[in-house]
Design a protein around this ligand. Structure first.
Ligand code: TNX
Length: 528
Protein backbone atom coordinates (compact mmCIF):
# COMPACT_ATOMS: atom_id res chain seq x y z
CA UNK A 1 0.00 0.00 0.00
CA UNK A 2 2.77 2.39 1.07
CA UNK A 3 4.85 1.55 -2.01
CA UNK A 4 1.95 2.22 -4.34
CA UNK A 5 1.38 5.56 -2.67
CA UNK A 6 5.00 6.60 -3.07
CA UNK A 7 5.03 5.57 -6.75
CA UNK A 8 1.82 7.43 -7.34
CA UNK A 9 3.16 10.56 -5.67
CA UNK A 10 6.35 10.43 -7.76
CA UNK A 11 4.43 9.89 -10.96
CA UNK A 12 2.14 12.75 -10.14
CA UNK A 13 5.06 14.99 -9.28
CA UNK A 14 6.48 14.33 -12.74
CA UNK A 15 3.16 14.94 -14.38
CA UNK A 16 2.40 18.06 -12.45
CA UNK A 17 4.80 20.25 -14.45
CA UNK A 18 2.95 19.26 -17.58
CA UNK A 19 -0.41 19.48 -15.86
CA UNK A 20 0.06 23.19 -15.20
CA UNK A 21 -0.52 23.56 -18.91
CA UNK A 22 -3.56 21.32 -18.79
CA UNK A 23 -6.95 22.81 -18.31
CA UNK A 24 -7.72 22.24 -14.61
CA UNK A 25 -11.48 21.73 -15.07
CA UNK A 26 -13.25 18.59 -13.75
CA UNK A 27 -14.97 17.00 -15.61
CA UNK A 28 -12.55 17.34 -18.49
CA UNK A 29 -13.99 19.37 -21.38
CA UNK A 30 -14.17 18.10 -24.97
CA UNK A 31 -11.59 20.65 -26.13
CA UNK A 32 -9.73 23.30 -24.17
CA UNK A 33 -7.15 25.43 -25.93
CA UNK A 34 -4.90 27.62 -23.85
CA UNK A 35 -4.88 31.28 -24.96
CA UNK A 36 -2.21 33.82 -24.17
CA UNK A 37 -2.54 36.07 -21.17
CA UNK A 38 -4.84 36.38 -18.21
CA UNK A 39 -8.30 37.79 -17.78
CA UNK A 40 -8.28 40.08 -14.77
CA UNK A 41 -11.62 40.55 -12.99
CA UNK A 42 -12.07 44.22 -12.12
CA UNK A 43 -14.43 46.11 -9.90
CA UNK A 44 -16.07 48.11 -12.69
CA UNK A 45 -16.80 45.12 -14.93
CA UNK A 46 -20.32 43.95 -15.54
CA UNK A 47 -22.04 40.66 -16.26
CA UNK A 48 -23.86 41.18 -19.52
CA UNK A 49 -26.77 38.95 -20.51
CA UNK A 50 -28.27 38.64 -23.99
CA UNK A 51 -31.69 37.54 -22.75
CA UNK A 52 -33.77 37.84 -19.60
CA UNK A 53 -33.82 34.05 -19.15
CA UNK A 54 -30.11 34.17 -18.38
CA UNK A 55 -30.76 36.12 -15.22
CA UNK A 56 -30.55 33.05 -12.99
CA UNK A 57 -27.18 31.97 -14.41
CA UNK A 58 -25.90 35.56 -14.15
CA UNK A 59 -27.07 35.86 -10.55
CA UNK A 60 -25.40 32.57 -9.69
CA UNK A 61 -22.15 33.80 -11.23
CA UNK A 62 -22.47 37.13 -9.45
CA UNK A 63 -23.00 35.50 -6.05
CA UNK A 64 -20.17 33.02 -6.48
CA UNK A 65 -17.74 35.75 -7.56
CA UNK A 66 -18.78 37.80 -4.57
CA UNK A 67 -18.08 34.83 -2.37
CA UNK A 68 -14.73 34.01 -4.03
CA UNK A 69 -13.15 37.40 -4.52
CA UNK A 70 -15.43 39.87 -2.79
CA UNK A 71 -16.11 41.74 -6.03
CA UNK A 72 -19.66 42.75 -6.71
CA UNK A 73 -20.24 42.80 -10.47
CA UNK A 74 -23.47 44.34 -11.75
CA UNK A 75 -25.75 42.43 -14.11
CA UNK A 76 -26.89 44.42 -17.13
CA UNK A 77 -28.38 44.04 -20.56
CA UNK A 78 -26.40 46.95 -22.03
CA UNK A 79 -23.52 46.26 -24.41
CA UNK A 80 -20.12 46.62 -22.79
CA UNK A 81 -16.66 46.18 -24.23
CA UNK A 82 -15.10 44.42 -21.31
CA UNK A 83 -16.55 42.04 -18.80
CA UNK A 84 -18.34 38.71 -18.75
CA UNK A 85 -20.98 38.07 -21.39
CA UNK A 86 -23.60 35.35 -21.20
CA UNK A 87 -25.31 34.64 -24.51
CA UNK A 88 -27.88 32.33 -25.98
CA UNK A 89 -26.56 31.05 -29.29
CA UNK A 90 -28.44 28.31 -31.10
CA UNK A 91 -25.43 27.26 -33.13
CA UNK A 92 -23.96 25.65 -30.00
CA UNK A 93 -24.49 21.89 -30.12
CA UNK A 94 -26.59 20.01 -27.56
CA UNK A 95 -28.95 21.16 -24.84
CA UNK A 96 -26.12 21.25 -22.31
CA UNK A 97 -23.23 22.23 -24.59
CA UNK A 98 -21.39 25.53 -24.21
CA UNK A 99 -18.50 27.61 -25.45
CA UNK A 100 -16.29 29.57 -23.06
CA UNK A 101 -14.01 31.96 -24.87
CA UNK A 102 -11.69 34.18 -22.89
CA UNK A 103 -9.45 37.05 -23.89
CA UNK A 104 -7.49 39.37 -21.63
CA UNK A 105 -10.42 41.80 -21.59
CA UNK A 106 -13.55 39.70 -21.95
CA UNK A 107 -15.18 36.38 -21.21
CA UNK A 108 -17.85 35.08 -23.55
CA UNK A 109 -20.03 32.20 -22.37
CA UNK A 110 -22.57 30.88 -24.84
CA UNK A 111 -24.95 27.98 -25.14
CA UNK A 112 -28.15 27.17 -26.99
CA UNK A 113 -30.04 26.82 -23.68
CA UNK A 114 -29.87 28.33 -20.21
CA UNK A 115 -28.48 25.00 -19.00
CA UNK A 116 -25.68 25.17 -21.56
CA UNK A 117 -24.80 28.71 -20.48
CA UNK A 118 -24.90 27.62 -16.82
CA UNK A 119 -22.42 24.83 -17.58
CA UNK A 120 -20.12 27.44 -19.15
CA UNK A 121 -20.51 29.60 -16.04
CA UNK A 122 -19.46 26.63 -13.92
CA UNK A 123 -16.36 26.03 -16.01
CA UNK A 124 -15.43 29.69 -15.68
CA UNK A 125 -15.99 29.54 -11.92
CA UNK A 126 -13.77 26.46 -11.68
CA UNK A 127 -11.02 28.37 -13.49
CA UNK A 128 -11.43 31.28 -11.06
CA UNK A 129 -11.52 28.99 -8.02
CA UNK A 130 -8.49 26.99 -9.08
CA UNK A 131 -6.34 29.89 -10.27
CA UNK A 132 -3.54 31.10 -8.02
CA UNK A 133 -5.07 34.54 -7.74
CA UNK A 134 -8.84 34.82 -7.49
CA UNK A 135 -8.74 37.89 -9.73
CA UNK A 136 -6.39 36.90 -12.56
CA UNK A 137 -7.45 33.84 -14.53
CA UNK A 138 -5.58 32.10 -17.36
CA UNK A 139 -7.38 32.46 -20.69
CA UNK A 140 -8.94 29.41 -22.31
CA UNK A 141 -11.07 28.69 -25.33
CA UNK A 142 -13.32 25.78 -24.41
CA UNK A 143 -15.90 23.90 -26.46
CA UNK A 144 -17.77 21.35 -24.42
CA UNK A 145 -20.81 19.08 -24.12
CA UNK A 146 -21.60 16.06 -21.95
CA UNK A 147 -21.31 12.45 -22.99
CA UNK A 148 -24.36 11.44 -20.90
CA UNK A 149 -27.51 13.45 -20.20
CA UNK A 150 -28.08 11.82 -16.78
CA UNK A 151 -25.34 12.45 -14.26
CA UNK A 152 -26.78 11.61 -10.89
CA UNK A 153 -26.21 11.24 -7.18
CA UNK A 154 -28.59 9.37 -4.89
CA UNK A 155 -28.70 10.09 -1.17
CA UNK A 156 -30.49 7.78 1.27
CA UNK A 157 -31.89 9.84 4.14
CA UNK A 158 -34.08 7.09 5.56
CA UNK A 159 -31.26 5.20 7.24
CA UNK A 160 -29.74 8.42 8.55
CA UNK A 161 -31.17 11.90 8.22
CA UNK A 162 -28.59 14.43 7.06
CA UNK A 163 -30.79 17.52 6.95
CA UNK A 164 -31.40 20.51 4.73
CA UNK A 165 -28.05 22.26 5.03
CA UNK A 166 -26.09 19.12 4.21
CA UNK A 167 -28.31 18.46 1.21
CA UNK A 168 -27.77 22.01 -0.03
CA UNK A 169 -24.03 21.61 0.35
CA UNK A 170 -24.19 18.42 -1.70
CA UNK A 171 -26.19 20.27 -4.37
CA UNK A 172 -23.51 22.98 -4.45
CA UNK A 173 -20.80 20.43 -5.14
CA UNK A 174 -22.94 18.56 -7.64
CA UNK A 175 -23.37 21.83 -9.55
CA UNK A 176 -19.63 22.49 -9.33
CA UNK A 177 -19.02 19.18 -11.14
CA UNK A 178 -21.97 19.52 -13.55
CA UNK A 179 -23.96 16.68 -11.99
CA UNK A 180 -27.59 17.26 -12.83
CA UNK A 181 -29.90 14.71 -11.14
CA UNK A 182 -30.44 14.38 -7.40
CA UNK A 183 -32.26 11.16 -6.52
CA UNK A 184 -33.60 11.48 -3.00
CA UNK A 185 -34.28 8.18 -1.23
CA UNK A 186 -36.76 9.35 1.40
CA UNK A 187 -38.49 6.20 2.63
CA UNK A 188 -37.23 2.81 3.77
CA UNK A 189 -37.12 0.45 6.74
CA UNK A 190 -35.90 2.76 9.54
CA UNK A 191 -37.78 5.95 8.67
CA UNK A 192 -40.09 7.89 6.37
CA UNK A 193 -38.75 11.41 5.77
CA UNK A 194 -41.38 13.23 3.71
CA UNK A 195 -44.37 15.13 5.06
CA UNK A 196 -47.61 13.89 3.46
CA UNK A 197 -50.45 16.15 4.56
CA UNK A 198 -53.20 13.62 4.04
CA UNK A 199 -51.39 11.03 6.18
CA UNK A 200 -49.54 13.04 8.86
CA UNK A 201 -48.45 9.98 10.83
CA UNK A 202 -46.11 8.97 7.99
CA UNK A 203 -43.69 11.73 8.99
CA UNK A 204 -44.63 12.10 12.66
CA UNK A 205 -44.41 8.41 13.50
CA UNK A 206 -42.65 7.00 10.43
CA UNK A 207 -40.04 9.76 10.74
CA UNK A 208 -38.84 8.48 14.11
CA UNK A 209 -35.69 6.44 14.37
CA UNK A 210 -32.68 5.68 12.22
CA UNK A 211 -30.49 2.67 11.57
CA UNK A 212 -28.39 3.45 14.63
CA UNK A 213 -31.08 4.71 16.97
CA UNK A 214 -34.63 3.43 16.98
CA UNK A 215 -35.59 6.13 19.49
CA UNK A 216 -34.47 9.15 17.50
CA UNK A 217 -37.19 11.82 17.52
CA UNK A 218 -38.99 12.28 14.19
CA UNK A 219 -36.81 13.88 11.54
CA UNK A 220 -38.31 14.63 8.16
CA UNK A 221 -38.71 17.28 5.47
CA UNK A 222 -41.81 19.43 5.52
CA UNK A 223 -43.30 20.13 2.11
CA UNK A 224 -42.11 23.71 2.45
CA UNK A 225 -38.53 22.56 3.04
CA UNK A 226 -38.79 20.22 0.07
CA UNK A 227 -39.85 23.15 -2.14
CA UNK A 228 -36.96 25.21 -0.82
CA UNK A 229 -34.52 22.44 -1.74
CA UNK A 230 -36.11 21.94 -5.16
CA UNK A 231 -35.72 25.68 -5.90
CA UNK A 232 -32.16 25.66 -4.65
CA UNK A 233 -31.42 22.73 -6.95
CA UNK A 234 -33.20 24.37 -9.89
CA UNK A 235 -30.96 27.45 -9.62
CA UNK A 236 -28.13 24.97 -10.15
CA UNK A 237 -29.85 23.09 -13.00
CA UNK A 238 -30.28 20.02 -10.85
CA UNK A 239 -33.48 18.01 -11.12
CA UNK A 240 -34.74 16.49 -7.85
CA UNK A 241 -36.43 13.08 -7.97
CA UNK A 242 -38.05 11.62 -4.84
CA UNK A 243 -38.08 7.91 -4.17
CA UNK A 244 -41.02 6.39 -2.36
CA UNK A 245 -39.97 2.75 -2.15
CA UNK A 246 -42.69 0.10 -2.64
CA UNK A 247 -43.92 -2.59 -2.22
CA UNK A 248 -40.86 -3.50 -0.11
CA UNK A 249 -38.69 -1.30 2.14
CA UNK A 250 -41.97 0.02 3.57
CA UNK A 251 -41.40 -0.76 7.25
CA UNK A 252 -41.48 2.83 8.53
CA UNK A 253 -44.73 3.58 6.69
CA UNK A 254 -46.25 0.43 8.14
CA UNK A 255 -45.38 1.57 11.63
CA UNK A 256 -47.48 4.67 11.01
CA UNK A 257 -50.39 2.97 9.19
CA UNK A 258 -50.25 -0.77 10.04
CA UNK A 259 -53.56 -1.38 8.26
CA UNK A 260 -51.74 -1.35 4.89
CA UNK A 261 -48.88 -3.65 5.92
CA UNK A 262 -48.42 -6.83 3.93
CA UNK A 263 -46.16 -8.28 6.61
CA UNK A 264 -42.59 -9.33 6.21
CA UNK A 265 -40.21 -12.09 7.16
CA UNK A 266 -38.38 -12.79 10.44
CA UNK A 267 -35.37 -10.70 9.34
CA UNK A 268 -37.51 -7.86 7.98
CA UNK A 269 -40.84 -7.64 9.81
CA UNK A 270 -43.56 -5.50 8.21
CA UNK A 271 -41.31 -4.94 5.22
CA UNK A 272 -44.01 -4.66 2.54
CA UNK A 273 -47.23 -2.92 1.70
CA UNK A 274 -50.13 -5.29 1.16
CA UNK A 275 -50.95 -5.91 -2.50
CA UNK A 276 -53.85 -8.13 -1.45
CA UNK A 277 -55.70 -5.28 0.26
CA UNK A 278 -57.51 -3.06 -2.22
CA UNK A 279 -57.38 -0.08 0.19
CA UNK A 280 -53.58 -0.11 -0.13
CA UNK A 281 -53.84 1.04 -3.75
CA UNK A 282 -55.99 4.07 -2.88
CA UNK A 283 -53.74 4.94 0.07
CA UNK A 284 -50.57 4.81 -2.01
CA UNK A 285 -52.19 6.60 -4.96
CA UNK A 286 -53.06 9.47 -2.60
CA UNK A 287 -49.48 9.59 -1.35
CA UNK A 288 -48.17 9.60 -4.91
CA UNK A 289 -50.58 12.35 -5.95
CA UNK A 290 -49.26 14.65 -3.23
CA UNK A 291 -45.67 13.75 -3.96
CA UNK A 292 -45.96 14.29 -7.71
CA UNK A 293 -47.61 17.68 -7.14
CA UNK A 294 -44.73 18.68 -4.88
CA UNK A 295 -41.88 17.71 -7.23
CA UNK A 296 -41.90 19.54 -10.57
CA UNK A 297 -39.44 17.09 -12.16
CA UNK A 298 -42.36 14.99 -13.43
CA UNK A 299 -40.49 11.90 -12.29
CA UNK A 300 -41.00 9.65 -9.34
CA UNK A 301 -38.91 6.69 -8.27
CA UNK A 302 -41.03 3.88 -6.87
CA UNK A 303 -38.32 1.44 -5.90
CA UNK A 304 -39.53 -2.06 -6.58
CA UNK A 305 -36.31 -3.58 -5.23
CA UNK A 306 -35.58 -6.54 -2.99
CA UNK A 307 -39.21 -7.45 -2.27
CA UNK A 308 -38.25 -11.10 -1.96
CA UNK A 309 -36.10 -10.45 1.13
CA UNK A 310 -39.23 -9.64 3.14
CA UNK A 311 -42.48 -10.95 1.67
CA UNK A 312 -42.75 -14.34 3.32
CA UNK A 313 -46.11 -13.37 4.79
CA UNK A 314 -47.54 -13.05 1.27
CA UNK A 315 -47.58 -16.84 1.01
CA UNK A 316 -50.25 -17.14 3.71
CA UNK A 317 -52.22 -13.93 3.23
CA UNK A 318 -55.85 -14.57 2.26
CA UNK A 319 -56.19 -11.27 0.38
CA UNK A 320 -53.16 -12.09 -1.74
CA UNK A 321 -54.45 -15.60 -2.42
CA UNK A 322 -57.71 -14.22 -3.73
CA UNK A 323 -55.92 -11.55 -5.78
CA UNK A 324 -53.80 -14.28 -7.38
CA UNK A 325 -56.88 -16.25 -8.21
CA UNK A 326 -58.78 -13.27 -9.61
CA UNK A 327 -55.90 -11.93 -11.67
CA UNK A 328 -54.54 -15.38 -12.62
CA UNK A 329 -51.14 -14.71 -11.06
CA UNK A 330 -49.14 -17.84 -10.40
CA UNK A 331 -46.08 -16.59 -8.51
CA UNK A 332 -45.31 -13.94 -5.89
CA UNK A 333 -43.07 -12.24 -8.40
CA UNK A 334 -46.12 -11.86 -10.65
CA UNK A 335 -47.93 -10.31 -7.68
CA UNK A 336 -45.07 -7.79 -7.37
CA UNK A 337 -45.36 -6.92 -11.04
CA UNK A 338 -49.14 -6.63 -10.83
CA UNK A 339 -48.80 -4.29 -7.86
CA UNK A 340 -46.20 -2.13 -9.61
CA UNK A 341 -48.24 -1.87 -12.83
CA UNK A 342 -51.31 -0.87 -10.91
CA UNK A 343 -49.45 1.77 -8.90
CA UNK A 344 -47.66 2.96 -12.03
CA UNK A 345 -51.01 4.00 -13.47
CA UNK A 346 -51.28 6.80 -10.86
CA UNK A 347 -47.90 8.08 -12.03
CA UNK A 348 -48.67 7.90 -15.75
CA UNK A 349 -52.08 9.49 -15.22
CA UNK A 350 -50.29 12.50 -13.74
CA UNK A 351 -48.10 12.56 -16.88
CA UNK A 352 -45.10 11.73 -14.78
CA UNK A 353 -42.35 9.24 -15.56
CA UNK A 354 -41.94 6.17 -13.40
CA UNK A 355 -38.44 5.24 -12.25
CA UNK A 356 -37.76 1.78 -10.84
CA UNK A 357 -34.87 -0.50 -9.86
CA UNK A 358 -33.87 -3.25 -12.29
CA UNK A 359 -36.06 -5.92 -10.68
CA UNK A 360 -38.87 -4.29 -12.65
CA UNK A 361 -37.24 -4.67 -16.09
CA UNK A 362 -39.45 -7.67 -16.72
CA UNK A 363 -42.66 -6.33 -15.19
CA UNK A 364 -44.07 -5.21 -18.55
CA UNK A 365 -44.14 -1.49 -17.72
CA UNK A 366 -44.45 0.83 -20.76
CA UNK A 367 -41.12 1.62 -22.37
CA UNK A 368 -41.87 5.25 -23.20
CA UNK A 369 -42.72 6.37 -19.66
CA UNK A 370 -40.49 4.21 -17.48
CA UNK A 371 -36.80 4.53 -16.60
CA UNK A 372 -34.91 1.54 -15.24
CA UNK A 373 -32.03 1.79 -12.76
CA UNK A 374 -29.54 -1.05 -13.15
CA UNK A 375 -27.91 -1.66 -9.76
CA UNK A 376 -27.16 -5.39 -9.58
CA UNK A 377 -23.68 -5.57 -11.06
CA UNK A 378 -23.81 -9.36 -10.61
CA UNK A 379 -26.84 -9.50 -12.89
CA UNK A 380 -25.60 -7.98 -16.15
CA UNK A 381 -28.45 -9.76 -17.90
CA UNK A 382 -30.86 -7.38 -16.21
CA UNK A 383 -29.13 -4.40 -17.85
CA UNK A 384 -29.15 -6.12 -21.22
CA UNK A 385 -32.81 -6.96 -20.78
CA UNK A 386 -33.76 -3.37 -19.93
CA UNK A 387 -31.76 -1.93 -22.82
CA UNK A 388 -32.90 -4.48 -25.37
CA UNK A 389 -36.52 -3.86 -24.45
CA UNK A 390 -35.89 -0.18 -25.15
CA UNK A 391 -36.06 1.21 -21.60
CA UNK A 392 -34.06 4.37 -21.03
CA UNK A 393 -31.68 3.14 -18.34
CA UNK A 394 -29.56 4.76 -15.66
CA UNK A 395 -26.50 2.71 -14.89
CA UNK A 396 -25.50 2.58 -11.21
CA UNK A 397 -24.07 -0.90 -10.52
CA UNK A 398 -22.98 -1.58 -6.91
CA UNK A 399 -19.48 -2.02 -8.27
CA UNK A 400 -18.29 0.73 -8.62
CA UNK A 401 -21.17 3.14 -7.93
CA UNK A 402 -22.38 2.26 -4.43
CA UNK A 403 -20.62 4.79 -2.29
CA UNK A 404 -21.44 2.98 0.96
CA UNK A 405 -18.76 0.56 -0.26
CA UNK A 406 -15.34 1.52 1.05
CA UNK A 407 -12.72 3.04 -1.22
CA UNK A 408 -9.46 1.66 0.14
CA UNK A 409 -8.39 -1.90 0.92
CA UNK A 410 -7.59 -0.92 4.51
CA UNK A 411 -11.03 0.57 5.26
CA UNK A 412 -13.32 -1.47 7.46
CA UNK A 413 -16.43 0.51 8.20
CA UNK A 414 -18.45 0.20 5.02
CA UNK A 415 -19.46 -2.52 2.60
CA UNK A 416 -17.22 -4.76 0.54
CA UNK A 417 -18.54 -7.27 -1.95
CA UNK A 418 -17.87 -10.80 -0.68
CA UNK A 419 -15.70 -9.18 1.98
CA UNK A 420 -13.23 -8.33 -0.74
CA UNK A 421 -14.21 -5.95 -3.51
CA UNK A 422 -14.56 -2.24 -2.89
CA UNK A 423 -15.03 0.90 -4.96
CA UNK A 424 -11.75 2.72 -5.40
CA UNK A 425 -11.54 6.16 -6.94
CA UNK A 426 -9.89 4.62 -9.97
CA UNK A 427 -12.62 2.01 -10.40
CA UNK A 428 -15.23 4.77 -10.44
CA UNK A 429 -13.15 6.80 -12.88
CA UNK A 430 -12.48 3.95 -15.27
CA UNK A 431 -16.03 2.64 -15.43
CA UNK A 432 -17.04 1.71 -18.94
CA UNK A 433 -19.71 -0.43 -20.53
CA UNK A 434 -17.48 -1.70 -23.32
CA UNK A 435 -16.85 -5.12 -21.75
CA UNK A 436 -20.57 -5.81 -21.83
CA UNK A 437 -20.64 -6.10 -25.62
CA UNK A 438 -23.83 -4.13 -26.01
CA UNK A 439 -25.12 -3.25 -29.46
CA UNK A 440 -25.17 0.38 -30.57
CA UNK A 441 -28.96 0.54 -30.29
CA UNK A 442 -28.77 -0.85 -26.75
CA UNK A 443 -26.07 1.68 -25.84
CA UNK A 444 -28.28 4.47 -27.18
CA UNK A 445 -30.74 3.64 -24.39
CA UNK A 446 -28.19 4.34 -21.67
CA UNK A 447 -29.32 7.65 -20.20
CA UNK A 448 -26.30 8.05 -18.01
CA UNK A 449 -24.71 7.05 -14.74
CA UNK A 450 -25.29 7.64 -11.07
CA UNK A 451 -23.63 7.03 -7.72
CA UNK A 452 -25.79 5.89 -4.81
CA UNK A 453 -24.93 6.73 -1.24
CA UNK A 454 -26.82 4.31 1.00
CA UNK A 455 -26.44 5.33 4.59
CA UNK A 456 -26.79 2.27 6.84
CA UNK A 457 -23.13 2.81 7.74
CA UNK A 458 -23.17 6.60 7.40
CA UNK A 459 -24.38 8.17 10.62
CA UNK A 460 -22.46 11.44 10.47
CA UNK A 461 -21.90 14.28 8.03
CA UNK A 462 -18.17 13.59 8.36
CA UNK A 463 -18.56 10.04 7.07
CA UNK A 464 -20.91 11.19 4.32
CA UNK A 465 -18.25 13.62 3.07
CA UNK A 466 -15.57 10.97 3.33
CA UNK A 467 -17.48 8.58 1.10
CA UNK A 468 -18.46 11.23 -1.43
CA UNK A 469 -15.20 13.16 -1.74
CA UNK A 470 -13.35 12.81 -3.95
CA UNK A 471 -15.26 9.97 -5.63
CA UNK A 472 -17.85 12.52 -6.76
CA UNK A 473 -15.23 13.95 -9.15
CA UNK A 474 -14.54 10.56 -10.71
CA UNK A 475 -18.27 10.05 -11.18
CA UNK A 476 -18.60 13.46 -12.81
CA UNK A 477 -15.84 12.76 -15.29
CA UNK A 478 -17.04 9.22 -16.03
CA UNK A 479 -20.46 10.68 -16.84
CA UNK A 480 -19.49 13.86 -18.66
CA UNK A 481 -16.29 13.04 -20.53
CA UNK A 482 -16.26 10.59 -23.45
CA UNK A 483 -14.11 7.51 -22.69
CA UNK A 484 -11.58 8.37 -25.42
CA UNK A 485 -10.92 11.72 -23.77
CA UNK A 486 -10.36 10.34 -20.27
CA UNK A 487 -6.90 9.69 -18.81
CA UNK A 488 -6.32 8.62 -15.21
CA UNK A 489 -2.94 10.32 -14.51
CA UNK A 490 -4.19 13.56 -16.01
CA UNK A 491 -7.35 13.33 -13.90
CA UNK A 492 -5.28 12.79 -10.76
CA UNK A 493 -3.20 15.87 -11.47
CA UNK A 494 -6.38 17.97 -11.75
CA UNK A 495 -7.88 16.32 -8.69
CA UNK A 496 -4.94 17.42 -6.58
CA UNK A 497 -6.01 21.08 -6.85
CA UNK A 498 -9.58 20.21 -5.89
CA UNK A 499 -8.53 18.64 -2.60
CA UNK A 500 -7.40 22.07 -1.46
CA UNK A 501 -10.95 23.31 -2.04
CA UNK A 502 -12.30 20.61 0.26
CA UNK A 503 -9.88 21.73 2.97
CA UNK A 504 -11.16 25.29 2.60
CA UNK A 505 -14.79 24.12 2.70
CA UNK A 506 -14.17 22.09 5.85
CA UNK A 507 -15.06 18.78 4.19
CA UNK A 508 -13.51 15.62 5.60
CA UNK A 509 -12.37 13.68 2.54
CA UNK A 510 -10.37 10.63 1.52
CA UNK A 511 -6.97 11.68 0.25
CA UNK A 512 -5.86 9.21 -2.44
CA UNK A 513 -2.37 10.75 -2.48
CA UNK A 514 -1.74 10.29 1.24
CA UNK A 515 -4.39 7.79 2.42
CA UNK A 516 -3.03 7.66 5.96
CA UNK A 517 -3.44 11.42 6.39
CA UNK A 518 -7.22 11.21 6.73
CA UNK A 519 -8.22 8.07 8.61
CA UNK A 520 -11.58 6.51 7.87
CA UNK A 521 -14.31 7.85 10.17
CA UNK A 522 -16.00 4.99 11.97
CA UNK A 523 -19.54 3.91 11.31
CA UNK A 524 -21.90 3.70 14.25
CA UNK A 525 -23.42 0.43 15.43
CA UNK A 526 -26.01 -1.09 13.10
CA UNK A 527 -26.12 -1.32 9.32
CA UNK A 528 -25.73 -4.41 7.23
C1 TNX B 1 -29.27 -2.60 -1.70
S1 TNX B 1 -29.96 -0.91 -4.11
C2 TNX B 1 -30.40 -1.81 -1.58
C3 TNX B 1 -30.45 -0.80 -0.50
C4 TNX B 1 -29.28 -0.93 0.44
C5 TNX B 1 -28.01 -1.13 -0.35
C6 TNX B 1 -26.78 -1.18 0.53
C7 TNX B 1 -31.25 -1.25 -3.73
C8 TNX B 1 -32.14 -0.98 -4.80
N1 TNX B 1 -31.44 -1.78 -2.50
O1 TNX B 1 -31.67 -0.89 0.19
O2 TNX B 1 -29.20 0.22 1.20
O3 TNX B 1 -28.10 -2.33 -1.06
O4 TNX B 1 -25.59 -1.20 -0.22
Amino acid sequence: MKKITICLTLLLGALLGKAQQNCPIIPKPVTAIKQTGEFVIKRNMGILISAKVLDTAATYLQKELQHLNKLNLAISRKAATSGIKLMLDNTIRGSEGYRLKMTTTSVMISGSTTHGVFNGVISFLQLVTLSKSALAVDCWDITDAPNYAWRGVMLDESRHFMGKEKVKQLLDWMAFYKLNHFHWHLTDEPAWRLEIKRYPKLALIGGMGSTTNKNDPAKYYTQQEVSEIINYAAERHIVVIPEIDMPGHATAANRAYPEYSGGGSPGHPDFTFNPGNMATYTYLANILKETIALFPSGMIHMGGDEVSIGNEKWKTDAGIASLMQQQKLSTLSEVEHYFMKRMADSVYRAHAKLLVWDEMANAGLPVDSTIIFWWRHDKPGQLRLALSKGYPTVVCPRLPFYYDFVQDSTHKNGRKWNNKLYNSLQDVYSFSLTEMNLTQSELNNVLGIQANLWTETVATAKRMDYLLFPRITALAEAAWTAPANKAWPDFMSRLKFNLGLYDKAGLYYYDPFIPVAHPEPIKQAGGR
